[in-house]
Design a protein around this ligand. Structure first.
Ligand SMILES: [Zn+2]
Length: 112
């Protein structure tokens, strides 16, 4: 069993990092829209960039949600318990992906 305080610190650091990324993307998106370039080709590039940024924004939000869920699970004492099969999530896995809520086996089975 890992130290809860230590895990919480890691999750909060991860959360701060993701918030920072989300903030940077939001700033970029504002910048992309303003000013609107006159050239059609440039507008296409601008739109493409916006799409990429929106994609990053979406995945960042998704990760933030997972971190929040992990924090809630930690408070309930369910952090290292797989949300699908109830087995312990591998320690190495949690070290690599602190917001993971499934064991490696379930994650593999359900991501495909
Ligand atoms: Zn599992």
């Amino acid at each position: 069993m890992q130290d809860t305080a230590q895990i919480r610190t890691r999750l909060l650091a991860r959360r701060a990092e993701l918030m920072g990324r989300s903030e940077a993307v939001a700033t970029d998106l504002r910048h992309e829209r303003d000013p609107l370039v006159a050239d059609f080709a440039d507008q296409a590039i601008q739109r493409e960039n916006e799409e990429v940024l929106h994609g990053i924004d979406e995945s960042t939000r998704h990760l933030l949600q997972q971190v929040d869920v992990a924090l809630a699970r930690l408070e309930r004492g369910e952090y290292s318990c797989c949300s699908r099969c109830g087995q312990d999530i591998e320690t190495e896995r949690l070290q690599a992906i602190p917001e993971a809520d499934q064991c490696a086996c379930c994650a593999r089975r359900h991501s495909a």
